[in-house]
Design a binder for this molecule. Structure first.
Ligand code: ZN
Length: 423
């Protein structure tokens, strides 16, 4: 029995996550090995047209999981074939109930489908479970001390070492790009009480397995049932969220929950109805070509045509740089693809700041109808920002920066015309 409107808490304390990420990024800067050979950068290749350079914002070196482009090295690659080693583990004080493959089936094939749809087929996700039974850990769950927000040391390091030791005779870790650890759901608290699921990304200092560090690993606990009775349909979404950290994306929810970005990106809310990713993230991950992105640097007014983000092909993103660190992003969101809960199709405008840490609000969506209460009736979706989109006739202004963004119209095919004026 669960209350029907219960809010699922963010999955880890931002401050603790930040400390962890900082450690990992510092370790990454040395550029040591990845979990698998092959492409080591997430996102688009470094050679770009000079027209886009002013839009390739970047944070200072101490920023944790910054929104900047390109993504730094050390993360799993986010295009092409991604081999996800998936292990189901249990403990003597939390023995796996039922088949380990049933636990696997809570996340697949939905996670593959989500990535295929969101990436326009550019990310070919292969979940692989070479061990089809519960992998028993040598110590009881309690012995690892894995509380919410626990850092990598010492508990997760010990757990990874034990996982590697238990699996090593049957698994060649060099064959995989990232690791999913699906913990038996009876280990630890219910996700309704506290969410333990966590990812350690770009962690070159992680324990070695077959000579490579287990640098990008997602740990999934419990069943993240949002109380709406839709677990079988949407419960898998914690995994694409956690895996997107292994590609270098930060958390967009803050201490206040989903109030900065609402349901417009899976890094903000991975509970409730299905949702897609922001165009900025799709460019960062290499799912949009440079030719699908416009960098609005010209003085005066320039007219852009944007096609809905969920559809393959066409212009998807206009970025208005304000500095080398931040700018405004403009895209069209409609109810299609992975965006199941969009109740007001239109133009989404948001600020991206590469100088803000993960969990501290690196992205802020602007609400075209502040304090409206929103338009969604979907349970556990941040309601206020659900009608944030701008429709023909509406404008966004930043008078101090001299930027005005106006939605001028919409054609039969659903493309939007947007005017960007710069002083
Ligand atoms: Zn997260």
């Amino acid at each position: 029995m669960q209350p029907s409107q219960r809010r699922v808490p963010p999955r880890r304390a931002a401050s603790l996550a930040s400390i962890t990420a900082l450690t990992l990024l510092v370790a990454t800067a040395a550029g040591t090995g990845q979990l698998l050979g092959g492409s080591s950068t997430a996102g688009p290749a470094p050679s770009r047209s000079s027209a886009l350079r002013p839009c390739m914002i970047h944070g200072r070196p101490n920023i944790q999981m910054p929104e900047g482009i390109p993504t730094s090295t050390g993360y799993a690659h986010s295009t092409g074939t991604v081999h996800a080693l998936t292990l189901m583990i249990d403990f003597s004080d939390a023995p796996g109930q039922g088949s380990a493959l049933d636990r696997f089936a809570e996340f697949f094939p939905q996670t593959q489908r989500w990535f295929t749809t969101s990436s326009y087929g550019r990310l070919d996700y292969h979940p692989e479970a070479p061990i089809r039974r519960w992998l028993r850990m040598p110590k009881p769950f309690k012995a690892y001390g894995l509380e919410r927000g626990a850092p990598f040391d010492p508990g997760y390091r010990r757990l990874v070492q034990d996982i590697v030791a238990a699996a090593d005779s049957e698994v060649d870790f060099r064959r995989y790009d990232l690791l999913n650890v699906l913990v038996t759901p009876n280990a630890g608290p219910s996700a309704l009480d506290t969410v333990l699921s966590v990812t350690f990304a770009g962690n070159a200092d992680a324990p070695l397995a077959d000579g490579v560090p287990v640098a990008n690993a997602s740990f999934i606990y419990s069943r993240q049932d949002d109380g709406s009775g839709s677990y079988s349909v949407t419960g898998y979404r914690v995994l694409p969220h956690e895996n997107s950290h292994t590609f270098g994306l930060p958390d967009l929810y803050t201490q206040e929950g989903g109030t900065a970005v609402g349901h417009w990106d899976i890094m903000s809310e991975d509970w409730g109805a299905d949702n897609d990713m922001l165009g900025w993230h799709k460019w960062k991950l290499g799912w949009l070509d440079d030719s699908q992105v416009d960098c609005a640097t010209t003085r005066g007014t320039v007219v852009y045509t944007l096609s809905p983000l969920a559809r393959t092909g066409g212009h998807k993103l206009v970025f208005v740089p304000l500095s080398s660190r931040a700018g405004y992003a403009i895209e069209v969101r409609t109810r299609e693809g992975n965006d199941a809960a969009v109740c007001r199709p239109g133009v989404l405008i948001y600020r991206v700041d590469a100088d803000v840490d993960t969990g501290n609000g690196p992205i802020t969506v602007y609400d075209s109808r502040p304090n409206s209460g929103g338009c969604t009736r979907s349970p556990n979706v941040q309601a206020e920002l659900s009608d944030a989109t701008f429709v023909p006739g509406q404008s966004f202004q930043d008078l101090k920066a001299g930027v005005v963004i106006t939605v001028a119209g919409k054609d039969q095919a659903g493309n939007y015309r947007v005017h960007v004026s710069r002083r």
